[in-house]
Design a binder for this molecule. Structure first.
Ligand SMILES: *Cc1c(COP(=O)(O)O)cnc(C)c1O
Length: 384
C-alpha cells in the first residue's frame, strides 16, 4: 500500500488487511515470519537489500511497525520488547539532563521508574496533568524538556487535554509524549493533536490476546531525538522478536472490532453500576459525571475505551473480597485482552501509590455484557 492509500483508508480497513502485505514468491496473503538473524552480503561487499543483522533489521518487525505508523498517522513507528522498554528508551535518549513533567496518576511501573530517574540527571515533577493551570505552573522555562502524559490514565481514567498540553509544551520548546495504550489509535490519534511521540504498551489492546509482551513508539517529527531513540534500540537490543511481531500483527487485524465491542460493553456496564448500593463511585470517561468527560468527548472519537474502575463503599478488604468472588472475570493484572480482568490495583502498586485501596480496576473483554454484569453484581452482593 502506498502512503497516499494509507492516509485515505480508514483504520478499520488498514488493520483488517494489515496494509495488504503479501509474500511475493508464493503470493501468500499472510506474510511469513522472517526469523533470520543475519543476511547475505553481496559480492561487491554491500547490502543492496538493506538488511544486515537481526538486532536492527527484520521485515516482520517492520511490517507490524508500518501498520502502527499508518494507524497513528506517523512517519515512523518502532517496536520494542515491552511497553516499558519503549517508554524508558525515550527518556534514556534525551540529549542532556532535563526537567520532566509527568502525570501523577499513570501506569505505576513507569511512574516508579520515573521516580528514580535522578540517577540519569533528570528531575521530575508529578502533577495532575488534567489541570492545565497546574501544567503551566510546573513548566520551568529553559529547563523543562519533556512532558509525559497518559490519557485515559491508570486507574482513575483521568483525561488530559492532549492539544492544550501540546501547546504548553511547544511554547516551552519541550516535547510531548503520550502513553495512548488505553485510548488505542481507534479512539485517539495523539500525533494529530500535536503530540511529538505516541507510546503504546502493545501488550494490551494492540495485540489484544494476552499472549505477547511488546511496546511501540511512533512519531511525526523525525528529528535528532527520534534518531537517538532508533539508534539506542539497535545498540541496546530492545527490539521485538519476529515471532512476537507476527503475533502482534495477527492480533491487530481485529483491533477495530475488538476495541469497539469492548468500549460498548464498558459503557453499558459502567452506566448500569452507577448507584449500585455497594459502590461509592464508578470511574469511566464515557459517563457524563466523570470529571474528564467533556475533554474526552472532544479528543476521543467513537468510544471511551474498555477500561473502568469501581470503588467499594465498605473499603479495601471488601474490594479484595469482591475480586475473590467473581467467576467469569479473571483476577489478573494487565488489560486489553479478549477476556475480562478484575484487579485490586493498590495490592500490585504497593507503597506510595495514589490508587485508592477500595478501587477495583476492570478490563472489559469480549464476553456477553449481561453475563459480565450478573457475575460482578453477584460478587458484590456476596462479598458486601
Ligand atoms: C502495561 C502498560 C505499560 C507497560 O507496558 P509493558 O508492555 O507491560 O511493559 C505502560 N503503560 C500503560 C498504560 C500500560 O497499561
Amino acid at each position: 500500500m502506498d502512503d497516499q492509500t494509507k492516509t485515505r483508508l480508514s483504520a478499520q480497513t488498514l488493520v483488517a488487511q494489515a496494509l495488504g502485505v503479501h509474500e511475493p514468491m508464493t503470493k501468500a496473503i499472510v506474510p511469513p515470519i522472517h526469523m533470520s538473524a543475519t543476511y547475505l552480503r553481496d559480492a561487491d561487499n554491500g547490502y543492496a537489500a538493506g538488511y544486515v543483522y537481526g538486532r536492527t533489521d527484520n521485515v516482520t518487525v517492520q511490517q507490524a511497525e508500518n501498520l502502527i505508523a499508518a494507524l497513528e498517522g506517523a512517519e515512523e513507528a518502532l517496536l520494542f520488547g515491552s511497553g516499558m522498554a519503549a517508554a524508558t528508551t525515550v527518556l534514556l535518549a534525551l540529549e542532556k539532563p532535563t526537567h520532566i513533567i509527568a502525570s501523577q496518576v499513570m501506569y505505576w511501573g513507569f511512574r516508579s521508574w520515573l521516580r528514580d530517574i535522578g540517577r540519569y540527571g533528570h528531575r521530575v515533577t508529578f502533577i495532575d496533568t488534567s489541570d492545565l493551570d497546574a501544567v503551566r505552573a510546573a513548566v520551568k522555562p529553559g529547563e523543562t524538556g519533556l512532558l509525559w502524559i497518559e490519557t485515559p490514565s491508570n486507574p482513575l481514567w483521568t483525561i488530559t487535554d492532549i492539544a492544550a498540553v501540546s501547546e504548553i509544551a511547544h511554547a516551552a520548546d519541550a516535547i510531548l509524549c503520550v502513553d495512548s495504550t488505553v485510548a488505542t489509535p481507534i479512539f485517539t490519534r495523539p500525533l494529530s493533536l500535536g503530540a511529538d511521540i505516541v507510546m503504546h504498551s502493545a501488550t494490551k489492546y494492540l495485540n489484544g490476546h494476552s499472549d505477547v509482551v511488546a511496546g511501540a513508539l511512533a512519531t511525526v517529527r523525525d528529528g535528532p531525538l527520534w534518531a537517538r531513540i532508533r539508534k539506542m534500540r539497535g545498540q541496546h537490543g530492545g527490539a521485538l522478536s519476529p515471532f512476537d511481531a507476527w503475533l502482534l500483527m495477527r492480533g491487530m487485524r481485529t483491533l477495530n472490532v475488538r476495541v469497539r465491542a469492548q468500549a460498548n460493553t464498558a459503557a453499558k456496564l459502567s452506566a448500569q453500576l452507577v448507584g449500585h448500593p455497594a459502590i461509592s463511585a464508578v470511574l469511566y470517561p464515557g459517563l457524563e459525571q466523570h470529571v474528564g468527560h467533556k475533554v474526552a468527548l472532544r479528543q476521543m472519537a467513537g468510544g471511551f475505551g474498555g477500561m473502568f474502575s469501581i470503588r467499594i463503599k465498605k473499603g479495601d478488604k471488601a474490594a479484595i473480597a469482591v475480586a475473590a468472588c467473581v467467576e467469569l472475570w479473571k483476577r489478573a493484572t494487565s488489560l486489553g485482552g479478549v477476556e475480562s480482568l478484575i484487579e485490586h490495583r493498590a495490592s500490585i502498586e504497593g507503597e506510595g501509590s495514589p490508587c485508592p485501596g477500595d478501587l477495583l480496576r476492570l478490563s472489559v473483554g469480549l464476553e456477553d455484557a449481561e453475563e459480565l454484569y450478573f457475575d460482578l453484581t453477584r460478587a458484590l452482593s456476596v462479598a458486601t
